[in-house]
Design a protein around this ligand. Structure first.
Ligand code: 3H9
Length: 687
C-alpha cells in the first residue's frame, strides 16, 4: 500500500503521508507525491492541495537508509518531485508539524504556501550528513529567507523554530489548533490567487547579496574555525553562491554537481555512518524486551564541585528537581553560585530568559544534610576520585536511600562492581560517567556493573535522552571506553617527547588530523595535575617534574606550554629543558620523529585499544566506541570515529605499522587479537 493517500474536503485535495517513524522521503513516498499532484492537476474539481503528514512529524528528509542503494536513484528522484509540486497548476500548501527537515523542507519550499504549528522546526541538516540540500534547497531557500540566513542554515544544519520562520517569510501562517482543518481553510482562502508564486522564480531576497558579493568571503572568514576540515560547509556556500550568481536552472545544476561530489566522498559516508551509529548506541543488548524504566521524579547529587554542579544543571534544565549535598556551607554556596552564573551566561547570549534561569535554579535544593537524599529516586555521587571515599559514600547511601532508588557513581576510572559490593543492593548501582564540563558535553558513559538491573540501565538510557545527552553503555574496566583509549595515546605521546618530538609537533599532528587539540593541549586544559601523587619531591617522569614546579596547565598559566594572560599558548623553554634533562638521565639521544610515526604511536594504538575493548565485550559494538570519541573527545565526525576511520585506513596497514613499532611501543604494549584476526580475514569493524 502506498504511504501516500488522498482525500477530498470540498474542492481541496488533502494529500497525506503515513510513513513512520519520520515520514522519510523514500521511493514509495516520492512516487505517491507525484501521483497525488497528477491527480490534482487532472481533476477540475480540485482547486487547491494540502500536503500533510501523519505521525510525529512532517517529512524529516530523504530516506538516509536508501543512500548508496539503487532505490535512491529510482525515479522519481526528489529534485523531480519538488519540481512537479511547484509546477502544479493549483496552489499547494504544506502543512507542517514536528520537523520539516532536509528534503522535507525542500518539499515545503516547492509548495506555493507553507503553514505550520508554532512548535514546528524547519531546517536543512544535510551538512551534518556531509551533504547539501540536493533537491533545489540551496536555490530555493535563499530566495525565501535571504542569503545570509540561508548560509547560516545550510552550513550549520541547525533548524529554526516556526515563529522565526514566520518572521522570515518561510512560513506564511502560524496555526493554533487543528493543523489539518486550518490548513484546508487556508488553502480555501488562497485557491483563486494567480499567478501562482513559484519560489524558483523569485529573486527579491537575492538582491541584497547581489549588491554585496563580498558576503560569501565574509561568511567563510567568520566561520572558518567551525568549518575547519569539513568538505560539506564549503560546498553549501558554493551552492548558495550559485543561487545568487546564476539563473535558477543553472544554479540547480551546480547544486547537483556539488551534491554528487559530496555524496561520493569519504566524509559523507563517515557522517552518514555516524548518524546511524549514534542512534544504535541507545539500544542496549541482552535486556528483556518488556523492561520498564523506573520513575525518576527527583535526582540527588553528592558534591557541588565543577562536576556535581554541571551534572545537576542537566537535570534542572530538563525540569527535574535536584537535591545537591555538600559538607561545608561555603562549598555549597560556591557551587550553587557557579551554577547560577553559568545559567546567567547562557541567558546573556540570548539562549535562556531570566525567568528560565530562575525556574531552573528554583528546582535546586542545596543542603548540608546527607539524609535529605532519602527523597531522591536517582542519586549520583561526584566526590573525589578515590575508591575509599566512594565506598564510604555508597555505604552511607545504602542506609538512607529509599528502596528502588538508583545509586550512581560518576567515577571516570574506578571499578563499579567494587563500589556496588559495599551496598546491600548492587542491582541498583550503575556508573554514570559525565564528561567535563558536564552541562555542555554531550557524552554520557553508562557503566553496566556485573549486577546492574535491566530496568536501571533502561532508566539511565531514557533519562540521558531527557537531558539531551548521547549515552553509550560500557563495561567495567579501567577508564571504561573513552579514558581507557586515552591511556596508550598519552603514554606514547610522553615517550615521543623523550625520543625527540616536541609537544607542539605531537599536538600539531592531532590538530591536522582534525582533533580540536592534541594530547598536551588537552592535558593543559584538563589539568596536568589530575591524578598526580602530590609529592613535589617524588619526580619520576616529565609530568611529575612539571607538577612539582606548579606547571599544572592553563589554570596556572603554565603547563606543557606557557600561556599569556589571554590563555594563548607558546612553546616553553622550561619544558624543553626538563625534557632534555630526562633524556640525559635515561641516556636517550634525540632523533627526528616523523609525523607518520606520531600517528602510528598515538592514533593506531588507540584503535588497537578500541579493538581490545570490543574483544573483551566492554563496548557493545564498534560504532559505540566511535560515538564516545566523537562526543567525548571531539574526534572529527567526518572521519566517523576511530573504529570507522581504522576500517578506511586499512586494518592490515595498522597491524603492520604497530608490529613495526613494537620495540618502541615498549613491553607493556600488546596487539589486539581481534584487530589481527579482522585484518587477516579482510573484515571491518564497522559497516
Ligand atoms: C536529505 O534530505 C537529502 C536531500 O536534501 C536531497 C536528496 C536528493 N531517513 O532520531 P530518531 C530514523 S538528507 C531514514 O531516534 P527523534 C532513525 O534512524 C536527510 N531514517 O528520532 C530512527 O530509526 P530507528 C536530511 C531516518 O524523534 C528513527 O527514524 N534529514 C531518518 O529523536 C527515529 O529517529 C535529516 O538529516 C531519515 N532521514 O528525532 C533528518 N531520520 O528507530 C534526520 C530519522 O530504527 N533525522 N530516521 O533507530 C533527525 O534529525 C531526527 O530523526 C528527527 C526525529 C529530528 C527527525
Amino acid at each position: 500500500m502506498s504511504p501516500i493517500s488522498t482525500k477530498r474536503h470540498g474542492d481541496i485535495l488533502i494529500v497525506t503521508s503515513n510513513n513512520p517513524p519520520v515520514n522519510a522521503l523514500g521511493h514509495a513516498v516520492r512516487q505517491g507525491l507525484v501521483a497525488a499532484i497528477e491527480e490534482a492537476d487532472a481533476d477540475d474539481a480540485v482547486k487547491a492541495v494540502v500536503i500533510r503528514c501523519e505521525g510525529q512529524t512532517f517529512f524529516a528528509g530523504a530516506d538516509v537508509s536508501e543512500f548508496g542503494t539503487p532505490k535512491a536513484f529510482e525515479a522519481p528522484m526528489l529534485p523531480q518531485v519538488v519540481d512537479r509540486i511547484e509546477n502544479c497548476t493549483k496552489p499547494v500548501v504544506a502543512a507542517i508539524h514536528g520537523t520539516a527537515l532536509g528534503g522535507g523542507l525542500e518539499v515545503a519550499l516547492a509548495c506555493h504556501y507553507r503553514v505550520a504549528v508554532p512548535t514546528a522546526k524547519l531546517g536543512v541538516p544535510e551538512v551534518k550528513l556531509g551533504l547539501l540540500p540536493g533537491a533545489g534547497g540551496t536555490q530555493r531557500l535563499p530566495r525565501v529567507v535571504g542569503v545570509q540566513k540561508a548560509l547560516e542554515m545550510t552550513t550549520s544544519g541547525t533548524p529554526i523554530g516556526a515563529k522565526e520562520a514566520f518572521a522570515l517569510g518561510l512560513v506564511d501562517r502560524l496555526i493554533e489548533g487543528d493543523l489539518e482543518q486550518h490548513s484546508v481553510a487556508y488553502a480555501d482562502e488562497v485557491k483563486e490567487v494567480r499567478p501562482l508564486q513559484k519560489t524558483s522564480e523569485r529573486d527579491d531576497k537575492l538582491a541584497e547579496a547581489r549588491a554585496n558579493p563580498g558576503i560569501f568571503e565574509e561568511f567563510r572568514k567568520a566561520n572558518a574555525r567551525k568549518m575547519r576540515g569539513f568538505d560539506a560547509p564549503e560546498a553549501n556556500i558554493k551552492a548558495v553562491q550559485a543561487a545568487v550568481e546564476k539563473p535558477y536552472a543553472e544554479g540547480v545544476l551546480e547544486e547537483r554537481r556539488l551534491f554528487m561530489e559530496l555524496m561520493s566522498g569519504k566524509q559523507a559516508k563517515a557522517q552518514q555512518y555516524f548518524f546511524f551509529a549514534e542512534r544504535k548506541a541507545s539500544k542496549i543488548e541482552g535486556l528483556p524486551e518488556d523492561t520498564k524504566p523506573r520513575d525518576i521524579k527527583r535526582v540527588g547529587v553528592i558534591g557541588a564541585g565543577t562536576m556535581g554542579g554541571g551534572i545537576s544543571m542537566n537535570f534542572l534544565s530538563a525540569g527535574i528537581p535536584v537535591t545537591i549535598v555538600e559538607m561545608q556551607q561555603e562549598a555549597l554556596d560556591r557551587g550553587t553560585g557557579i551554577m547560577r552564573k553559568n545559567y546567567e551566561a547562557t541567558a546573556a547570549k540570548g539562549r535562556m530568559t531570566a525567568e528560565q534561569v530562575d525556574g531552573a535554579m528554583g528546582l535546586l535544593k542545596p543542603t548540608l544534610n546527607f539524609d535529605d537524599l532519602a527523597e531522591c529516586d536517582l542519586i549520583i555521587e561526584a566526590v573525589f576520585e578515590n575508591m575509599d571515599v566512594k565506598k564510604d559514600v555508597f555505604s552511607r547511601l545504602d542506609k538512607i536511600a529509599k528502596p528502588g532508588a538508583i545509586l550512581a557513581s560518576n567515577t571516570s576510572y574506578l571499578n563499579i562492581d567494587e563500589i556496588a559490593a559495599v551496598t546491600s543492593r548492587p542491582q541498583d548501582v550503575v556508573g554514570l560517567h559525565f564528561f567535563s564540563p558536564a552541562n555542555v558535553m554531550k557524552l554520557l558513559e553508562i557503566v553496566r556493573g556485573a549486577k546492574t538491573a535491566p530496568d536501571v540501565l533502561v532508566t539511565a538510557m531514557q533519562l540521558s535522552k531527557k537531558i539531551k545527552k548521547v549515552a553509550v553503555v560500557a563495561g567495567v574496566c579501567y577508564g571504561f571506553i573513552g579514558n581507557r583509549m586515552l591511556i596508550p595515546r598519552q603514554t606514547q605521546a610522553m615517550q615521543l617527547l623523550l625520543e625527540g618530538a616536541t609537544p607542539e609537533q605531537v599536538d600539531r599532528v592531532h590538530v591536522e588530523f582534525g582533533m580540536p587539540m592534541g594530547p598536551f593541549q588537552m592535558a593543559d586544559l584538563a589539568g596536568v595535575d589530575i591524578g598526580w601523587h602530590r609529592d613535589p619531591n617524588r619526580i619520576e617522569n616529565i609530568r611529575d617534574a612539571l607538577c612539582a614546579i606548579d606547571r599544572w596547565g592553563q589554570k596556572k598559566g603554565a603547563g606543557f606550554y606557557d600561556y599569556d594572560d589571554k590563555r594563548r599558548p607558546s612553546p616553553s623553554p622550561t619544558v624543553q629543558e626538563i625534557i632534555e634533562q630526562f633524556r640525559a638521565k635515561e641516556g636517550i639521544t634525540p632523533r627526528d620523529i616523523s609525523d607518520q610515526e606520531i600517528m602510528e604511536r598515538t592514533i593506531y594504538t588507540m584503535v588497537n585499544e578500541g579493538a581490545k575493548i570490543l574483544e573483551e565485550g566492554m563496548a557493545q559494538r564498534a560504532s559505540d566506541i566511535d560515538v564516545v570519541w566523537v562526543y567525548g573527545y571531539g574526534w572529527p565526525v567526518y572521519r566517523g570515529g576511530p573504529m570507522h576511520w581504522a576500517d578506511g585506513e586499512g586494518l592490515q596497514k595498522i597491524v603492520d605499522a604497530l608490529k613495526g613499532q613494537q620495540e618502541r611501543l615498549g613491553s607493556d604494549f600488546t596487539l589486539s587479537n581481534l584487530l589481527v584476526q579482522k585484518a587477516q580475514a579482510g573484515e571491518k569493524f564497522t559497516r
